[in-house]
Design a protein around this ligand. Sequence first.
Ligand SMILES: Nc1ncnc2c1ncn2[C@@H]1O[C@H](COP(=O)(O)OP(=O)(O)OP(=O)(O)O)[C@@H](O)[C@H]1O
Ligand SMILES: [Mg+2]
Length: 294
Amino acid sequence: MSLVFLFSLCTYLPIGIGIYFTITGKLTLAQFVAIQYSSSWILNGFNQIVTSWNTINSTKDIRQQVANLHIQVDHTDTTSVVRDLDVEQISFDFKGKTIFQNVSFDVKRGQKILIGGKSGVGKSTLIRLLLKELLPKQGKILLNGKNYLLNQAYSSFGIVGQTPIIFEDTLRNNVTLGKSATDAEVFRALDLAGLNEFSNESAIKQVIDENGHNYSGGQLKRIEIARALFYNRQILLIDEGTASLDPQTAKGIHQSLLTNPDLTVIEVDHHIPDDIKKLYDQVYQLNAEGMQML
Ligand SMILES: Nc1ncnc2c1ncn2[C@@H]1O[C@H](COP(=O)(O)OP(=O)(O)OP(=O)(O)O)[C@@H](O)[C@H]1O
Ligand SMILES: [Mg+2]
């Protein structure tokens, strides 16, 4: 018997009995109303317990995922310098269908690579494989020659997605996510992301509206980049990071990232103009059969 049914029974059965006793003269109407009022207090408390119980049950899957994440945490040194990311002959299937196979590439520290390929070919899936959010059917992905886990991926890779994740909070907190930092550290990240106009005390105190409406699309994208740079993420994974921006803004962002010698960049996008393509060390094309160097 579900808790909701039990609660309904506890609510309506006493009303029915009360009405019966009142009609048959065993209770006065005033007594019935008084009992009804006081019992509703008790029932409301009970109702809250039932609702909370249902809410807790509805988060079971999420709690299970968090528990699994905890299991995956190992004690690998996540602060070590990433010298090399090696993708060896990976293939990926989704629901029995091969998305891609024989994908291999290698990225050395400081290199910038671009991966193109038509929509649906698996570019975003490849990013999720690098993050270890998904596992390949075959092949290996190695950092400095070693396998790695999701927690290490999150501490080594900075992610810039198509839609920037922005919080209704100050610019400073959007960059630091609450980690303690000096103003100089925040300014440095903003400068590197090409947001020099916000590298001052008053600008970093400004609150970004819900959904970032008081900043432009390009500025929000750069805030996400500044966050990755603030956290010293060694490899930046960019998934169609500039696709929604005007060509001039997209060019500005690319120029600041692709000319930064300390940063390793892996970008997936099929809209990159030829003059920007020249700034990458390597350009690949992904298709179902594998990845070709262009
Ligand atoms: N976890 C998943 N859930 C749903 N579909 C998935 C999943 N993993 C892979 N796929 C499938 O993999 C294929 C590749 O999708 P993906 O998003 O990686 O393509 P893409 O190259 O990034 O496309 P786009 O250029 O449109 O962003 C799609 O057919 C998609 O349905
Ligand atoms: Mg995609």
